[in-house]
Design a protein around this ligand. Structure first.
Ligand SMILES: Cc1cc2nc3c(=O)[nH]c(=O)nc-3n(C[C@H](O)[C@H](O)[C@H](O)COP(=O)(O)O)c2cc1C
Ligand SMILES: [Mn+2]
Length: 482
Protein backbone atom coordinates (compact mmCIF):
# COMPACT_ATOMS: atom_id res chain seq x y z
CA UNK A 1 0.00 0.00 0.00
CA UNK A 2 1.38 3.43 -0.87
CA UNK A 3 1.57 6.08 1.86
CA UNK A 4 -1.24 8.62 1.85
CA UNK A 5 0.76 11.36 3.55
CA UNK A 6 4.08 12.33 5.06
CA UNK A 7 2.76 11.29 8.47
CA UNK A 8 1.96 7.65 7.76
CA UNK A 9 5.30 7.43 5.99
CA UNK A 10 7.22 8.89 8.97
CA UNK A 11 5.53 6.39 11.28
CA UNK A 12 6.60 3.54 9.01
CA UNK A 13 10.17 4.85 8.81
CA UNK A 14 10.30 5.20 12.59
CA UNK A 15 9.22 1.59 13.02
CA UNK A 16 12.00 0.48 10.69
CA UNK A 17 14.62 2.51 12.58
CA UNK A 18 14.96 4.87 9.61
CA UNK A 19 13.64 7.97 11.35
CA UNK A 20 14.24 9.49 14.80
CA UNK A 21 12.74 12.48 16.60
CA UNK A 22 15.18 14.69 18.53
CA UNK A 23 13.78 16.18 21.73
CA UNK A 24 16.73 18.34 22.72
CA UNK A 25 16.08 22.04 22.04
CA UNK A 26 17.71 23.09 18.77
CA UNK A 27 18.43 26.37 17.01
CA UNK A 28 16.79 26.75 13.61
CA UNK A 29 19.52 29.04 12.30
CA UNK A 30 22.42 26.60 12.50
CA UNK A 31 21.80 23.49 14.56
CA UNK A 32 19.11 21.72 12.51
CA UNK A 33 21.31 21.87 9.41
CA UNK A 34 24.47 20.89 11.22
CA UNK A 35 22.94 17.91 13.03
CA UNK A 36 21.30 16.74 9.79
CA UNK A 37 24.56 17.11 7.89
CA UNK A 38 26.31 14.63 10.20
CA UNK A 39 24.08 11.88 8.82
CA UNK A 40 25.88 12.29 5.48
CA UNK A 41 29.33 13.39 6.56
CA UNK A 42 29.97 10.91 9.34
CA UNK A 43 27.76 7.84 8.85
CA UNK A 44 27.85 4.99 6.34
CA UNK A 45 24.77 4.75 4.13
CA UNK A 46 23.49 1.61 5.93
CA UNK A 47 23.13 3.53 9.22
CA UNK A 48 21.67 6.79 7.93
CA UNK A 49 18.24 7.87 9.16
CA UNK A 50 15.91 10.82 8.79
CA UNK A 51 15.76 13.30 11.66
CA UNK A 52 12.82 15.17 13.15
CA UNK A 53 13.13 18.24 15.38
CA UNK A 54 10.18 19.05 17.63
CA UNK A 55 11.75 21.39 20.17
CA UNK A 56 12.85 24.36 18.11
CA UNK A 57 13.94 27.54 19.87
CA UNK A 58 11.40 30.31 19.22
CA UNK A 59 8.83 28.00 17.57
CA UNK A 60 6.72 26.33 20.26
CA UNK A 61 4.96 23.30 18.73
CA UNK A 62 6.89 23.70 15.45
CA UNK A 63 8.36 20.66 13.74
CA UNK A 64 11.01 20.24 11.05
CA UNK A 65 11.99 16.93 9.45
CA UNK A 66 15.04 16.44 7.24
CA UNK A 67 16.61 13.54 5.39
CA UNK A 68 13.33 11.62 5.37
CA UNK A 69 12.92 11.05 1.63
CA UNK A 70 16.23 9.71 0.40
CA UNK A 71 18.98 9.32 2.97
CA UNK A 72 19.69 5.77 1.79
CA UNK A 73 18.58 3.18 -0.75
CA UNK A 74 16.81 1.47 2.16
CA UNK A 75 14.74 4.60 2.73
CA UNK A 76 13.85 5.02 -0.96
CA UNK A 77 12.86 1.35 -1.05
CA UNK A 78 10.55 1.95 1.93
CA UNK A 79 9.09 5.01 0.21
CA UNK A 80 8.19 3.21 -3.01
CA UNK A 81 7.77 -0.35 -1.73
CA UNK A 82 10.57 -2.45 -3.23
CA UNK A 83 13.89 -4.04 -2.29
CA UNK A 84 16.84 -1.83 -1.40
CA UNK A 85 18.90 -2.57 -4.51
CA UNK A 86 19.51 -0.35 -7.52
CA UNK A 87 17.89 -2.95 -9.81
CA UNK A 88 14.75 -3.26 -7.72
CA UNK A 89 14.37 0.53 -7.38
CA UNK A 90 14.86 0.96 -11.16
CA UNK A 91 12.28 -1.74 -11.91
CA UNK A 92 9.67 -0.18 -9.61
CA UNK A 93 10.19 3.33 -10.97
CA UNK A 94 10.22 2.18 -14.60
CA UNK A 95 6.97 0.27 -14.06
CA UNK A 96 5.45 3.52 -12.76
CA UNK A 97 6.83 5.56 -15.66
CA UNK A 98 5.39 3.11 -18.15
CA UNK A 99 1.93 3.10 -16.59
CA UNK A 100 1.22 6.60 -15.26
CA UNK A 101 -2.05 7.01 -13.34
CA UNK A 102 -3.77 10.39 -13.68
CA UNK A 103 -4.40 12.26 -10.43
CA UNK A 104 -7.95 12.77 -9.16
CA UNK A 105 -9.42 16.03 -7.86
CA UNK A 106 -11.09 15.81 -4.45
CA UNK A 107 -13.15 18.52 -2.80
CA UNK A 108 -10.92 19.15 0.21
CA UNK A 109 -8.16 17.68 2.31
CA UNK A 110 -5.98 18.11 5.41
CA UNK A 111 -3.85 20.75 3.68
CA UNK A 112 -6.85 23.11 4.00
CA UNK A 113 -7.30 22.85 7.78
CA UNK A 114 -5.97 26.37 8.32
CA UNK A 115 -6.32 29.15 5.76
CA UNK A 116 -4.42 32.44 5.89
CA UNK A 117 -4.82 35.21 3.33
CA UNK A 118 -4.02 38.87 2.78
CA UNK A 119 -2.28 40.76 5.57
CA UNK A 120 -2.24 37.72 7.84
CA UNK A 121 0.19 35.86 5.57
CA UNK A 122 3.47 35.52 7.47
CA UNK A 123 6.09 32.99 6.43
CA UNK A 124 8.09 33.94 9.52
CA UNK A 125 5.65 31.94 11.65
CA UNK A 126 6.92 28.67 10.14
CA UNK A 127 10.20 27.19 11.37
CA UNK A 128 12.20 27.52 8.15
CA UNK A 129 15.84 26.61 8.64
CA UNK A 130 19.15 27.92 7.39
CA UNK A 131 20.87 25.02 5.60
CA UNK A 132 24.44 26.27 5.17
CA UNK A 133 24.79 28.26 8.38
CA UNK A 134 26.88 31.39 8.21
CA UNK A 135 26.92 31.23 4.40
CA UNK A 136 23.33 31.17 3.09
CA UNK A 137 21.53 34.44 2.44
CA UNK A 138 18.74 33.40 4.82
CA UNK A 139 16.24 30.64 5.57
CA UNK A 140 15.27 28.40 2.66
CA UNK A 141 12.51 25.96 1.81
CA UNK A 142 13.12 23.11 -0.65
CA UNK A 143 9.52 22.77 -1.79
CA UNK A 144 7.75 21.39 -4.84
CA UNK A 145 6.58 24.08 -7.23
CA UNK A 146 3.46 23.59 -9.33
CA UNK A 147 2.91 25.72 -12.43
CA UNK A 148 0.98 25.50 -15.70
CA UNK A 149 2.03 26.12 -19.28
CA UNK A 150 0.02 29.20 -20.34
CA UNK A 151 -0.31 27.86 -23.93
CA UNK A 152 -1.31 24.25 -23.30
CA UNK A 153 -2.53 24.28 -19.69
CA UNK A 154 -0.15 21.40 -18.98
CA UNK A 155 0.97 21.10 -15.41
CA UNK A 156 4.53 20.86 -14.17
CA UNK A 157 6.01 19.98 -10.80
CA UNK A 158 9.65 20.70 -9.99
CA UNK A 159 11.70 20.92 -6.82
CA UNK A 160 13.44 24.29 -6.47
CA UNK A 161 15.06 26.25 -3.72
CA UNK A 162 13.00 29.03 -2.17
CA UNK A 163 14.66 31.81 -0.20
CA UNK A 164 12.28 33.29 2.36
CA UNK A 165 12.85 37.03 2.13
CA UNK A 166 10.03 38.48 4.22
CA UNK A 167 6.55 37.62 5.44
CA UNK A 168 5.03 37.30 1.96
CA UNK A 169 7.98 37.22 -0.43
CA UNK A 170 10.41 34.51 -1.49
CA UNK A 171 12.93 33.99 -4.26
CA UNK A 172 13.03 31.10 -6.74
CA UNK A 173 16.02 29.84 -8.68
CA UNK A 174 15.79 28.54 -12.22
CA UNK A 175 19.20 26.91 -12.31
CA UNK A 176 18.98 25.63 -15.90
CA UNK A 177 16.78 27.43 -18.43
CA UNK A 178 15.71 24.21 -20.20
CA UNK A 179 13.71 22.70 -17.34
CA UNK A 180 9.91 22.58 -17.30
CA UNK A 181 9.40 25.26 -14.66
CA UNK A 182 11.88 27.65 -16.27
CA UNK A 183 10.18 27.27 -19.66
CA UNK A 184 6.80 28.05 -18.05
CA UNK A 185 8.26 31.17 -16.49
CA UNK A 186 9.70 32.33 -19.84
CA UNK A 187 6.30 31.77 -21.50
CA UNK A 188 4.41 33.78 -18.87
CA UNK A 189 7.02 36.50 -19.19
CA UNK A 190 6.55 36.62 -22.97
CA UNK A 191 2.81 37.13 -22.34
CA UNK A 192 3.64 40.02 -20.03
CA UNK A 193 1.91 38.31 -17.09
CA UNK A 194 3.10 37.03 -13.71
CA UNK A 195 3.25 33.22 -13.40
CA UNK A 196 0.68 31.70 -11.03
CA UNK A 197 2.49 29.21 -8.79
CA UNK A 198 1.80 27.02 -5.78
CA UNK A 199 4.34 25.43 -3.50
CA UNK A 200 3.67 22.31 -1.51
CA UNK A 201 5.69 21.03 1.41
CA UNK A 202 5.55 17.58 3.00
CA UNK A 203 3.48 15.18 0.92
CA UNK A 204 3.69 11.43 0.44
CA UNK A 205 7.33 10.63 -0.39
CA UNK A 206 6.78 9.64 -4.03
CA UNK A 207 5.96 13.26 -4.90
CA UNK A 208 9.45 14.24 -3.82
CA UNK A 209 11.06 11.31 -5.58
CA UNK A 210 9.65 12.18 -9.00
CA UNK A 211 10.16 15.95 -8.80
CA UNK A 212 13.87 16.30 -9.62
CA UNK A 213 13.67 14.52 -12.93
CA UNK A 214 12.36 15.69 -16.28
CA UNK A 215 9.71 13.87 -18.19
CA UNK A 216 7.67 16.34 -20.19
CA UNK A 217 4.77 14.63 -18.46
CA UNK A 218 2.66 15.35 -15.42
CA UNK A 219 4.74 14.37 -12.39
CA UNK A 220 1.55 13.68 -10.42
CA UNK A 221 0.62 10.99 -12.96
CA UNK A 222 4.06 9.44 -12.73
CA UNK A 223 3.83 9.49 -8.93
CA UNK A 224 0.44 7.78 -9.32
CA UNK A 225 2.03 5.14 -11.54
CA UNK A 226 4.77 4.42 -9.01
CA UNK A 227 2.26 4.39 -6.15
CA UNK A 228 -0.19 2.22 -8.07
CA UNK A 229 -2.92 4.62 -6.92
CA UNK A 230 -3.86 8.10 -8.11
CA UNK A 231 -2.59 11.12 -6.21
CA UNK A 232 -5.46 13.11 -4.70
CA UNK A 233 -5.34 16.80 -5.54
CA UNK A 234 -7.30 19.79 -4.29
CA UNK A 235 -7.81 23.10 -6.05
CA UNK A 236 -5.88 26.08 -4.75
CA UNK A 237 -7.76 29.00 -3.17
CA UNK A 238 -6.35 31.88 -5.20
CA UNK A 239 -4.66 30.44 -8.30
CA UNK A 240 -5.84 28.00 -11.00
CA UNK A 241 -3.60 25.16 -9.85
CA UNK A 242 -3.98 21.86 -8.01
CA UNK A 243 -1.86 20.52 -5.15
CA UNK A 244 -1.78 17.25 -3.14
CA UNK A 245 -4.67 17.17 -0.64
CA UNK A 246 -2.57 15.50 2.05
CA UNK A 247 0.32 18.01 1.95
CA UNK A 248 1.47 19.70 5.14
CA UNK A 249 1.66 23.26 3.78
CA UNK A 250 0.53 25.00 0.57
CA UNK A 251 1.80 28.45 -0.38
CA UNK A 252 0.00 30.13 -3.28
CA UNK A 253 0.91 33.20 -5.27
CA UNK A 254 2.62 34.58 -8.34
CA UNK A 255 6.20 34.54 -9.57
CA UNK A 256 6.80 38.01 -11.01
CA UNK A 257 8.09 38.24 -14.55
CA UNK A 258 8.92 41.94 -14.74
CA UNK A 259 11.14 42.31 -11.71
CA UNK A 260 14.26 40.68 -10.27
CA UNK A 261 16.31 41.14 -7.16
CA UNK A 262 19.35 39.36 -5.68
CA UNK A 263 18.75 35.72 -4.69
CA UNK A 264 21.12 33.60 -2.65
CA UNK A 265 23.81 32.62 -2.04
CA UNK A 266 22.73 29.12 -0.99
CA UNK A 267 24.82 26.01 -0.42
CA UNK A 268 24.25 23.89 -3.51
CA UNK A 269 24.31 20.27 -4.65
CA UNK A 270 27.62 20.87 -6.45
CA UNK A 271 29.30 21.17 -3.06
CA UNK A 272 29.75 24.92 -3.58
CA UNK A 273 27.81 28.01 -2.66
CA UNK A 274 25.80 29.41 -5.58
CA UNK A 275 23.91 32.59 -6.18
CA UNK A 276 23.88 36.13 -5.03
CA UNK A 277 22.69 36.88 -8.58
CA UNK A 278 19.51 38.52 -9.80
CA UNK A 279 16.48 36.24 -9.68
CA UNK A 280 12.67 36.32 -9.85
CA UNK A 281 10.45 36.92 -6.85
CA UNK A 282 7.43 34.93 -5.60
CA UNK A 283 4.65 37.03 -4.03
CA UNK A 284 2.52 34.99 -1.63
CA UNK A 285 -1.24 35.53 -1.64
CA UNK A 286 -2.47 32.67 0.53
CA UNK A 287 -1.16 29.93 2.81
CA UNK A 288 -3.14 26.86 3.78
CA UNK A 289 -1.80 24.18 6.08
CA UNK A 290 -2.57 21.36 8.47
CA UNK A 291 -3.31 22.36 12.06
CA UNK A 292 0.15 21.40 13.27
CA UNK A 293 2.19 21.44 10.05
CA UNK A 294 5.52 19.69 9.64
CA UNK A 295 8.12 21.54 7.58
CA UNK A 296 10.10 19.11 5.43
CA UNK A 297 13.61 20.12 4.39
CA UNK A 298 15.48 18.15 1.74
CA UNK A 299 19.17 17.90 2.65
CA UNK A 300 21.11 19.05 -0.40
CA UNK A 301 24.37 21.05 -0.42
CA UNK A 302 27.61 19.03 -0.38
CA UNK A 303 27.29 15.53 -1.89
CA UNK A 304 26.52 12.85 -1.00
CA UNK A 305 23.24 14.22 0.23
CA UNK A 306 19.59 13.45 0.17
CA UNK A 307 19.45 15.43 -3.08
CA UNK A 308 22.05 13.26 -4.83
CA UNK A 309 20.43 10.04 -3.52
CA UNK A 310 17.06 11.21 -4.68
CA UNK A 311 18.36 11.94 -8.17
CA UNK A 312 20.37 8.75 -8.50
CA UNK A 313 17.32 6.52 -8.35
CA UNK A 314 15.10 8.66 -10.55
CA UNK A 315 17.46 9.84 -13.23
CA UNK A 316 18.95 6.41 -13.78
CA UNK A 317 15.54 4.79 -14.12
CA UNK A 318 14.42 7.52 -16.46
CA UNK A 319 17.48 7.19 -18.70
CA UNK A 320 17.39 3.38 -18.69
CA UNK A 321 13.76 3.39 -19.75
CA UNK A 322 14.48 5.89 -22.53
CA UNK A 323 17.46 3.98 -23.94
CA UNK A 324 15.99 0.51 -23.62
CA UNK A 325 12.26 0.75 -24.18
CA UNK A 326 11.69 4.02 -26.02
CA UNK A 327 14.69 3.91 -28.36
CA UNK A 328 15.30 0.14 -28.33
CA UNK A 329 19.07 0.57 -28.22
CA UNK A 330 20.44 -2.96 -27.77
CA UNK A 331 23.03 -4.11 -25.25
CA UNK A 332 22.51 -1.45 -22.53
CA UNK A 333 23.66 -3.03 -19.27
CA UNK A 334 23.61 -0.24 -16.68
CA UNK A 335 23.53 3.54 -16.21
CA UNK A 336 25.04 5.16 -13.15
CA UNK A 337 24.87 8.90 -12.37
CA UNK A 338 27.57 9.61 -9.79
CA UNK A 339 26.60 11.27 -6.54
CA UNK A 340 29.91 13.18 -6.37
CA UNK A 341 28.69 15.02 -9.47
CA UNK A 342 25.31 15.65 -7.85
CA UNK A 343 24.02 13.07 -10.41
CA UNK A 344 24.02 15.71 -13.15
CA UNK A 345 27.71 16.11 -13.96
CA UNK A 346 29.15 12.59 -14.40
CA UNK A 347 27.33 9.61 -15.85
CA UNK A 348 28.66 6.14 -16.64
CA UNK A 349 27.05 3.67 -18.99
CA UNK A 350 28.01 0.04 -19.49
CA UNK A 351 26.96 -1.76 -22.66
CA UNK A 352 27.68 -4.75 -24.81
CA UNK A 353 29.12 -2.97 -27.86
CA UNK A 354 27.60 -4.44 -31.01
CA UNK A 355 28.24 -2.05 -33.91
CA UNK A 356 30.16 1.00 -35.05
CA UNK A 357 28.59 4.11 -33.58
CA UNK A 358 26.85 2.24 -30.74
CA UNK A 359 28.72 4.23 -28.08
CA UNK A 360 27.99 7.60 -29.73
CA UNK A 361 24.35 6.69 -30.28
CA UNK A 362 23.96 5.89 -26.59
CA UNK A 363 25.69 9.07 -25.44
CA UNK A 364 23.81 11.33 -27.87
CA UNK A 365 20.55 9.68 -26.84
CA UNK A 366 21.25 10.57 -23.21
CA UNK A 367 22.07 14.19 -24.01
CA UNK A 368 19.20 14.37 -26.47
CA UNK A 369 16.75 13.19 -23.83
CA UNK A 370 18.05 14.85 -20.68
CA UNK A 371 19.23 18.03 -22.41
CA UNK A 372 22.63 19.64 -22.68
CA UNK A 373 22.42 21.00 -19.14
CA UNK A 374 23.14 17.43 -17.95
CA UNK A 375 26.38 15.44 -17.81
CA UNK A 376 29.64 17.23 -18.44
CA UNK A 377 31.25 13.77 -18.47
CA UNK A 378 29.64 10.76 -20.13
CA UNK A 379 31.75 7.62 -19.92
CA UNK A 380 30.72 4.53 -21.84
CA UNK A 381 32.45 1.23 -21.11
CA UNK A 382 31.98 -2.48 -21.77
CA UNK A 383 29.46 -4.51 -19.82
CA UNK A 384 32.12 -6.69 -18.16
CA UNK A 385 32.74 -3.89 -15.66
CA UNK A 386 30.63 -3.09 -12.60
CA UNK A 387 30.23 0.67 -12.99
CA UNK A 388 28.85 0.93 -9.44
CA UNK A 389 32.28 -0.03 -8.06
CA UNK A 390 34.44 3.12 -7.83
CA UNK A 391 37.68 1.12 -7.98
CA UNK A 392 36.61 -0.50 -11.26
CA UNK A 393 35.73 2.89 -12.74
CA UNK A 394 39.25 4.11 -11.93
CA UNK A 395 40.68 0.92 -13.46
CA UNK A 396 38.74 1.49 -16.68
CA UNK A 397 39.95 5.09 -16.90
CA UNK A 398 43.50 3.92 -16.28
CA UNK A 399 43.67 1.16 -18.90
CA UNK A 400 40.85 1.33 -21.42
CA UNK A 401 41.09 4.93 -22.58
CA UNK A 402 43.55 6.70 -24.88
CA UNK A 403 42.79 10.37 -24.25
CA UNK A 404 43.69 11.69 -27.71
CA UNK A 405 41.57 9.13 -29.55
CA UNK A 406 38.84 8.11 -27.17
CA UNK A 407 37.59 11.46 -25.96
CA UNK A 408 35.25 13.72 -27.86
CA UNK A 409 34.59 17.26 -26.70
CA UNK A 410 31.41 19.18 -27.45
CA UNK A 411 32.60 22.74 -27.01
CA UNK A 412 30.54 25.82 -26.24
CA UNK A 413 27.20 24.29 -25.33
CA UNK A 414 24.93 24.55 -22.28
CA UNK A 415 26.64 24.22 -18.91
CA UNK A 416 25.67 21.72 -16.27
CA UNK A 417 23.34 23.51 -13.87
CA UNK A 418 25.33 25.64 -11.37
CA UNK A 419 28.74 24.26 -12.42
CA UNK A 420 31.18 26.68 -10.78
CA UNK A 421 33.81 25.90 -13.42
CA UNK A 422 31.52 27.42 -16.06
CA UNK A 423 29.80 30.18 -14.11
CA UNK A 424 32.03 33.13 -14.93
CA UNK A 425 31.25 36.18 -12.84
CA UNK A 426 29.17 38.81 -14.57
CA UNK A 427 27.43 36.49 -17.04
CA UNK A 428 23.74 35.78 -16.47
CA UNK A 429 22.91 32.19 -15.58
CA UNK A 430 20.84 31.58 -18.73
CA UNK A 431 23.65 32.90 -20.97
CA UNK A 432 26.43 30.85 -19.40
CA UNK A 433 28.05 28.25 -21.66
CA UNK A 434 29.95 25.06 -20.91
CA UNK A 435 31.40 21.95 -22.55
CA UNK A 436 30.85 18.18 -22.57
CA UNK A 437 33.16 15.23 -22.94
CA UNK A 438 32.24 11.77 -24.17
CA UNK A 439 34.81 9.21 -23.09
CA UNK A 440 34.62 6.00 -25.08
CA UNK A 441 36.10 3.60 -22.55
CA UNK A 442 35.11 0.46 -24.39
CA UNK A 443 37.84 -1.87 -25.73
CA UNK A 444 38.61 -0.82 -29.29
CA UNK A 445 39.98 -4.27 -30.11
CA UNK A 446 40.26 -7.33 -27.93
CA UNK A 447 42.62 -6.29 -25.15
CA UNK A 448 44.92 -8.92 -23.61
CA UNK A 449 43.33 -11.30 -21.09
CA UNK A 450 42.69 -10.27 -17.50
CA UNK A 451 45.55 -11.00 -15.07
CA UNK A 452 43.44 -12.91 -12.58
CA UNK A 453 42.95 -16.65 -12.12
CA UNK A 454 40.40 -17.94 -14.64
CA UNK A 455 36.83 -17.05 -13.70
CA UNK A 456 35.78 -20.72 -13.31
CA UNK A 457 38.54 -21.32 -10.75
CA UNK A 458 37.52 -18.28 -8.73
CA UNK A 459 33.86 -19.28 -8.83
CA UNK A 460 34.74 -22.80 -7.70
CA UNK A 461 36.80 -21.51 -4.78
CA UNK A 462 34.05 -19.03 -3.84
CA UNK A 463 31.56 -21.91 -3.71
CA UNK A 464 33.80 -23.93 -1.41
CA UNK A 465 34.94 -20.90 0.57
CA UNK A 466 33.88 -22.08 3.98
CA UNK A 467 36.09 -25.16 3.69
CA UNK A 468 39.20 -22.94 3.77
CA UNK A 469 38.25 -21.51 7.17
CA UNK A 470 38.94 -17.92 6.05
CA UNK A 471 36.92 -14.74 6.75
CA UNK A 472 33.64 -14.12 4.89
CA UNK A 473 33.73 -13.15 1.18
CA UNK A 474 31.71 -10.37 -0.43
CA UNK A 475 30.31 -10.51 -3.97
CA UNK A 476 32.95 -11.64 -6.48
CA UNK A 477 33.71 -8.62 -8.65
CA UNK A 478 35.81 -9.64 -11.65
CA UNK A 479 36.10 -7.86 -15.01
CA UNK A 480 36.61 -9.68 -18.31
CA UNK A 481 34.76 -12.72 -19.54
CA UNK A 482 37.15 -15.53 -18.68
C1 LIG B 1 16.75 19.20 -3.29
C2 LIG B 1 16.73 19.72 -4.69
C3 LIG B 1 16.75 21.09 -4.90
C4 LIG B 1 16.72 21.60 -6.19
N1 LIG B 1 16.74 22.95 -6.36
C5 LIG B 1 16.66 23.46 -7.61
C6 LIG B 1 16.62 24.88 -7.81
O1 LIG B 1 16.67 25.66 -6.87
N2 LIG B 1 16.51 25.34 -9.06
C7 LIG B 1 16.43 24.49 -10.14
O2 LIG B 1 16.30 24.98 -11.27
N3 LIG B 1 16.48 23.17 -9.98
C8 LIG B 1 16.60 22.63 -8.75
N4 LIG B 1 16.65 21.28 -8.58
C9 LIG B 1 16.64 20.41 -9.77
C10 LIG B 1 15.26 20.35 -10.34
O3 LIG B 1 14.41 19.67 -9.47
C11 LIG B 1 15.28 19.71 -11.73
O4 LIG B 1 15.90 20.62 -12.59
C12 LIG B 1 13.92 19.33 -12.25
O5 LIG B 1 14.08 18.86 -13.57
C13 LIG B 1 12.99 20.50 -12.26
O6 LIG B 1 11.72 20.06 -12.71
P1 LIG B 1 11.11 20.55 -14.08
O7 LIG B 1 12.09 20.12 -15.14
O8 LIG B 1 9.83 19.82 -14.12
O9 LIG B 1 10.96 22.03 -14.03
C14 LIG B 1 16.69 20.72 -7.29
C15 LIG B 1 16.66 19.35 -7.08
C16 LIG B 1 16.68 18.84 -5.79
C17 LIG B 1 16.66 17.36 -5.59
MN1 LIG C 1 8.53 18.55 -14.94
Amino acid sequence: MPYDSLRTYLDALEQQGLFKWVDKEVDNDWEIATVSRMIFRAMPEERRCGVGFRNIKGFPGGRVVAGVIASSKQMIASAIGCDATADSIHAKVIAGLEKPIAPVIVSTGPCKEVKITGKDVDLGKLPISIWTPGKDAGPYLTPLWVTKDPDTGRRNVGIRRCQVKNKDTTGILFGAPDRGGAIHHAKWKALGKPMPAAIFIGADPVQYLVAPSRYGEDEFAIAGGIRGQPVELVKCETVDLEVPASAEIIIEGEVLTDYTEPEGPFGEFTGHMAGGREGPVFKVKCITHRKDPIVLGVISQFPPSESSMLKVALLESNILKHLKSTLNIPGIADVHALEAGGCTSICWVSLKKMYSGHVDQTAMAIWGYMGMSYFKWLVVCDDDVDIRDPFMRDWVMAWRVRPDKDMRIIADTAMVELDPSSLEPGIAMQDTRGAKALIDATQKWEYPGISLPPRDMMERVAKEWESYGLPHLDKLNVPGRT
